[in-house]
Design a protein around this ligand. Structure first.
Ligand code: PLP
Length: 407
């Protein structure tokens, strides 16, 4: 019989699996078969025994949510207590907290989706760094938007402000609006965190672009709580753009509360004009309704409590500090061993990942796999997820990479 194509043309050749998830599956299968495997592909924080790290305070908060709250629908835009808590988490008691509107999203992924849906037109492209988290492109593609990049690092290995300005100018010319996505502190995949000078330079070029067209700057803060530098440092500088550019924050409980599967996140928009804010809120809320309707009510209730209940907040902060200490030790060992072996990677001061630059990354990743070391090849770099590698395995990891990369 004639087999008809049911999918629309743009959907007929979608890849069957997320490449990172399939590498992870292969690593786990070989490990289960008894091989000694280092699996540096997983973007979740595992303890040194390979178990998912969880925060008991959050688990307790989840158990404490009344069943009727878990079972009931949450408001479309999210529960007010949760949204206020997220605004407080990002902006604290700064006056700008009064300029913020937020909607709940299923993780930071949902926040990114809303931003691309409401601040870019169909066919337009979002701008981000040349190294970026792959799903940015998937989300854009899924929405009939696209993704363009600027060179992330200059010759000194610092934010390439000149190329950012060039690419902003291109977007101004070609589409008359800009949605710039920046992921720092603790950028995925490079681990890079901007310093205050880099944030100031960014604000300067974005401010200039914003004099010409509507510019939205989205800060993806998925990993911000694991950095050496505080998020506050970045927020204070970025608020210099408030009222000129639109500031968005993609907030997520996935990493900050080690609750990846809970799907709790938010998109926050900061603008001093109440009418601008109201229109944005309406548009975002409408998009929520038209995409996932509403979010996990029990998850929001638990995370709101973890953010605002003084005792629970203190407890979860302590638990997060303990997780961060485990990760920081791995980062320290990595830096100690990788520097003398001349691995080429950006400044790495904390966070889930680092990347090692090498021209033949896909080949190197295959050779590493033969040695039982799994990393993710991304263009001319290897992403190494130290969040999922035991401290005792880091010497083998570093030496394995050093053996195969060509410098
Ligand atoms: N942004 C970056 C850079 C990420 O790596 C992730 C998760 O891996 C997210 C956002 C969003 O994660 P989630 O949707 O689980 O909050």
């Amino acid at each position: 019989p004639l087999v008809m194509e049911f999918l629309i043309p743009t959907r007929t050749s979608r890849p069957s699996d997320d490449p990172i998830f399939s590498l992870n599956a292969e690593a786990r299968a070989r490990s289960a078969a008894g091989e000694s495997i280092i699996n540096a592909t997983v973007g979740a924080l595992l303890d040194d025994e390979g178990r998912l790290s969880v925060m008991d305070g959050v688990a307790q908060a989840l158990r404490d949510v009344p069943p009727a709250v878990v079972a009931g629908y949450a408001p479309i835009e999210g529960s007010p207590a949760f949204l206020d808590a997220v605004i407080g988490d990002i902006l604290g008691n700064r006056p700008a907290a009064a300029w913020a509107v937020a909607v709940a999203t299923p993780g930071g992924s949902g926040a990114l989706r809303l931003a691309m849906a409401d601040f870019l037109d169909a066919g337009q492209s979002t701008l981000t760094t040349s190294y970026f988290w792959g799903p940015y492109r998937t989300i854009a593609d899924e929405l009939d938007r696209s993704l363009s990049t600027f060179q992330m690092f200059d010759a000194k290995g610092r934010l390439d402000v000149a190329d950012l300005e060039r690419q902003l100018a291109r977007q101004i010319e070609t589409q008359g609006r800009v949605l710039l996505i920046i992921n720092s502190p603790c950028h995925n995949p490079t681990g890079y965190s901007f310093d205050p000078d880099e944030w100031r330079a960014l604000v300067e070029v974005v401010g200039r672009a914003a004099e010409r067209v509507p510019v939205t700057l989205l800060l993806d803060i998925a990993y911000a709580r694991y950095g050496k530098r505080s998020l506050d440092e970045a927020v204070d500088i970025l608020l210099g753009l408030a009222g000129r550019a639109l500031l968005l924050f993609a907030w997520s409980a996935s990493k900050s509360f080690a609750e990846y599967g809970l799907r709790v996140g938010a998109l926050l928009a900061v603008h001093p004009d109440p009418q601008v804010r109201q229109r944005i809120r309406n548009a975002l809320s409408y998009s929520c309704r038209g995409t996932w309707s509403n979010c996990n009510a029990g998850g929001m209730a638990a995370i709101a409590r973890a953010l605002t209940d003084p005792e629970l907040r203190a407890r979860t902060e302590k638990e997060r500090d303990a997780l961060k200490t485990v990760l920081d030790r791995r980062v320290e060992v990595w830096n100690e061993l990788a520097t003398p072996l001349h691995l080429n990677y950006p400044r790495y001061e904390g966070g889930f990942f680092t990347t090692v630059f090498c021209d033949d990354a896909p080949d190197v990743a295959v050779r590493l796999k033969a040695d039982g070391i799994f990393v993710v090849p991304l263009g001319k770099a290897l992403r190494v997820a130290l969040c999922s590698v035991a401290e005792r395995d880091i010497p083998r990891l570093v030496q394995g990479i050093a053996r195969h990369v060509t410098r």
